[in-house]
Design a protein around this ligand. Structure first.
Ligand SMILES: Nc1ncnc2c1ncn2[C@@H]1O[C@H](COP(=O)(O)OP(=O)(O)O)[C@@H](O)[C@H]1O
Ligand SMILES: [Mg+2]
Length: 450
């Protein structure tokens, strides 16, 4: 600090002469006051400087503590990508002592692939003054560390780009968590697909039991009749051999009587028509099955809902051991729009559920009603079983909700059916049964009769 001491001019011989006493009086006063003013200005400036220095120092310490404690990576680079400042987290990640990276190019901190991308992005940010973001890999002693970085231009007070600020966050952990999430999502999806397949297999199994039973009858019919035909063939061969060998007319008449050929001719016709009946029955069953397995090509068509329902209900009924009375009510023809194969699956689920619910009911009965209402084709499947208790009514459409023992129910029937109905632009709901039991209502858009 400059000492606050007045400067007293010393008298000197050099200035003395005629009129010098007058000069020295005013001039010296002026000089002294000017010096005084300058001196006090100097002191004030000095004080201001010291104050600013103290502020700068505090700011520097503050910045240093911020840089040391941010967990994100923060690097300030010049236009030439030389590191001017870096956070402690960056030094630590790079395995360097604090500030050791200052003065080095950021290029050396990344892997080869990131280097070019970072250079391009930095050049662009500096040139356009527009921030951007990208992913880079830092080449650290612990291996490559992926960072999601945000690049912002660093401007001076005149708005000129002086370099860029790189702020980065490690994505390794995030990505790991994400990939774990994705893995478990995939596993879940697979498990779900598996269960849906199981549900389909279960209804296929029930269907096949019905099919096997149904085919058994006509096939044994055909089989028995071909046996009979073989027997008749032998008799006719014997007769034709006799004709061939020139047997007398009398002998032939006798042989015809002995072989009971007249009666066998009638039997032959019956056997042929029996075999044909059996074959036709098999053909009908195959035709039904083909319709059932028409899973839907993905294209919507206009189809008769009543026929579809009848086929589906028939097959479920055939597959059950205890007889259930199924009655059809309402419209006998009702054209709906959608995929009959999928709608059949809904009906099979509803009828199967009703049959399951009727296991302990005397005189079990199911009523299936078709009705046209406005632009909708309605189907109602009602049974006289115990019904759905109110406390579970809100849950029966949930996937995997079942009250059936393991192996009997998957809890997917209603949830899949509900989804199919929605995909058709319709809906499936549990509707008030009225006279006890349970009722499910399916609404589908009406189609146009061909
Ligand atoms: N007709 C019905 N009568 C009584 N309860 C029913 C009926 N239909 C469905 N439910 C109830 O809804 C539940 C879910 O049915 P669903 O989704 O088809 O699965 P699952 O048949 O495999 O149990 C059944 O377990 C049953 O408790
Ligand atoms: Mg079911």
């Amino acid at each position: 600090m400059i000492e606050d001491k007045p400067i007293i001019p010393q008298s000197s011989d050099a200035g003395e002469g005629p009129g010098s006493a007058e000069f020295s009086d005013t001039a010296w006063m002026d000089v002294i006051s000017a010096v005084d003013k300058t001196y006090s200005e100097l002191v004030a400036y000095q004080e201001r400087l010291e104050h600013q220095n103290a502020e700068l120092d505090a700011l520097r310490r503050f910045m240093a503590s911020v840089l040391a404690s941010v967990s994100d990576v923060l690097v300030v680079v010049g236009r030439d990508r030389v590191i001017e400042q870096a956070s402690g987290s960056f030094d630590k990640l790079m395995g360097q002592a604090p500030q050791a990276m200052l003065g080095h190019s950021i290029d050396g901190a990344t892997d080869d692939a990131s280097r070019a991308a970072l250079k391009t992005a930095l050049d662009q940010v500096i040139a356009t003054r527009e921030p951007t973001r990208l992913e880079i890999n830092l080449d650290t002693p612990g291996g490559l560390a992926p960072l999601d970085v945000h690049l912002a231009p660093r401007l001076d007070e005149r708005g000129k780009s002086k370099g860029a600020v790189i702020a980065g966050r490690a994505v390794g952990e995030l990505r790991k968590a994400y990939s774990e999430l994705e893995d478990s999502h995939l596993a879940l999806k697979e498990a779900q697909a598996h269960l849906v397949r199981n549900e389909k297999l279960a209804s296929l199994g029930r269907l096949l039991a019905g099919v096997a039973h149904e085919l058994n009858n006509p096939i044994s019919f055909v089989y028995a009749n071909t046996h009979a035909l073989e027997k008749y063939l032998t008799r006719f061969e014997t007769y034709f051999d006799a004709v061939q060998s020139g047997a007398s007319r009398g002998a032939l008449v006798e042989l015809r009587k002995e072989l009971k050929l007249d009666r066998e001719l009638v039997n032959l016709r019956q056997a042929i028509s029996g075999a044909r009946d059996g074959a036709e029955r098999v053909r009908d069953i195959v035709e039904d099955l083909r319709r059932l397995s028409a899973e839907g090509s993905g294209e919507d068509t206009d189809f008769d809902l009543v026929t579809t329902t009848r086929i589906a209900a028939d097959w479920i009924e055939r597959g059950t051991k205890t007889p259930v009375q199924i009655t059809f009510d309402g419209a006998t023809r009702l054209i709906a729009r959608g995929q009959p194969g999928h709608v059949q699956q809904i009906v099979m689920n509803l009828v199967q559920n009703a049959i399951d619910a009727l296991a302990d009911t005397d005189a079990p009965a199911i009523t299936i009603t078709h009705e046209e209402r406005g632009t909708q084709a309605l189907l109602r499947v009602c049974d006289n079983g115990p019904g759905v208790p109110p406390e579970i009514a809100g849950a029966i459409f949930d996937p995997f909700f079942t009250t059936k023992p393991v192996g009997k129910g998957t809890g997917l029937g209603l949830s899949i059916s509900h989804k199919i109905a929605q995909e058709h632009g319709g809906q499936l709901a549990y509707c008030a049964p009225g006279g006890g039991g349970a009722c499910f209502c399916l609404e589908l858009p009406k189609g146009e009769a061909p």
